[in-house]
Design a protein around this ligand. Structure first.
Ligand SMILES: [Zn+2]
Length: 205
């Protein structure tokens, strides 16, 4: 973690939110299994507890993030990701949007989209993130509280909430086709198509 102590705040926030996206997408991806779940839930916990501190450059935050991002990698590299990554890749290619910023902006939208098929798995994500009272919530409330917690962490570390000023309408078709053809797309828990991905991009404009 000492080696990361000179990382700028913005880079720490972006790469940290990328790691959180790896852990959450990996946890809900089609191919998830007991072993990957174990890594992803621990990574979500570590990242939620330490990303704010890492952005403030505390040694504990840096150490927690070094561990959290690595454990997330041990999970998702075995099972794949989903459309948040599929949609993020094209933004970085077209607009030079930092990968982690693109992932962080799209993550809540991806979670909303996947709620109908993977929503019952969000409770464990929210629990790992420390959402208070989640055990007393019904499945819908727990899923919504989890998405709200993801948005809060992203905002707390200074990531914008949408793609206003980044995404251009004339690129939506190309981006959606690219996202659909992306290697991460088949792992998404909800089967998707180009038209639905276009709508997801437009919801962020
Ligand atoms: Zn990533």
């Amino acid at each position: 973690p000492d080696m990361m102590s000179s990382m700028p705040k913005g880079l720490t926030a972006a790469t940290g939110m990328d790691a959180l996206t790896h852990a959450i997408e990996g946890y809900i991806t089609k191919g998830h299994c007991t072993i990957s779940d174990m890594f992803h839930l621990e990574a979500i916990k570590l990242i939620s507890e330490n990303l704010r501190g890492a952005v403030q450059n505390t040694p504990e935050g840096r150490e927690g993030m070094a561990l959290g991002q690595y454990i997330a990698g041990m999970g998702f590299s075995n099972v794949g990701l989903g459309i948040v990554h599929s949609m993020a890749h094209g933004l970085s290619a077209l607009y030079d949007t930092p990968h982690g910023v693109a992932c962080a902006i799209i993550l809540p939208t991806g979670l909303e989209y996947n709620k109908t098929v993977a929503g019952e798995r969000y409770r464990a994500v929210g629990k790992a993130m420390g959402v208070k009272g989640i055990d007393e919530m019904n499945d819908t409330e727990a899923a919504d509280a989890t998405i709200a917690e993801v948005k809060k962490l992203s905002a707390d570390v200074g990531i914008p909430a949408d793609l206003k000023g980044i995404l251009k309408e004339e690129d939506v078709q190309f981006l959606a086709e690219s996202a659909f053809a992306d290697a991460c797309c088949p792992g998404n828990p909800r089967d998707t198509n180009v038209e639905e991905i276009k709508a997801l991009y437009r919801s962020l404009m």
